[in-house]
Design a protein. Structure first.
Length: 130
């Protein structure tokens, strides 16, 4: 659990300065890679998710697992079920299976293990829609 002293004061000048974009960093190789990743994620959200949200109310998500760096959530958006499985830990983890078309996978080369075996390498995730 996050302790109160770990949460930054949103009115503090240091918090503000730390949250500002560093445009010089954005022009580095790493910055350009991250900008490409975020641009891709925003496009996927716009193309796949946003059209399904028009008639959705609250309470459509169901947390299957949220512990020790592992996360499994399902959302029922009309006729479509969105599934997120993420392993934020440093070790291989087994998570509930996913179904449907893969929308986003990190790392891409682990997709078959995540889909077929529910075996997630460290620092991995998959989002599906079916």
């Amino acid at each position: 659990d996050l302790e109160l002293q770990e949460i930054r004061n949103s009115n503090d000048l240091d918090t503000f300065l730390a949250s500002k974009l560093d445009w010089q960093e954005a022009e580095t190789e790493r910055g350009m890679v991250l900008r490409t990743i975020f641009r891709d994620l925003i496009e996927k959200r716009k193309r796949h998710l946003m059209p399904l949200l028009e008639d959705v109310g609250g309470g459509v998500g169901h947390v299957l697992l949220a512990e020790e760096g592992r996360l499994a959530i399902d959302w029922q958006l009309g006729e479509h079920r969105w599934q997120l499985r993420a392993n934020f830990s440093d070790e291989i983890a087994t998570l509930p299976p996913v179904h449907g078309a893969a929308i986003h996978v990190m790392p891409p080369e682990a997709q078959s293990d995540m889909r077929d075996l529910s075996r997630f390498p460290a620092a991995s995730l998959i989002v599906t829609c079916g």
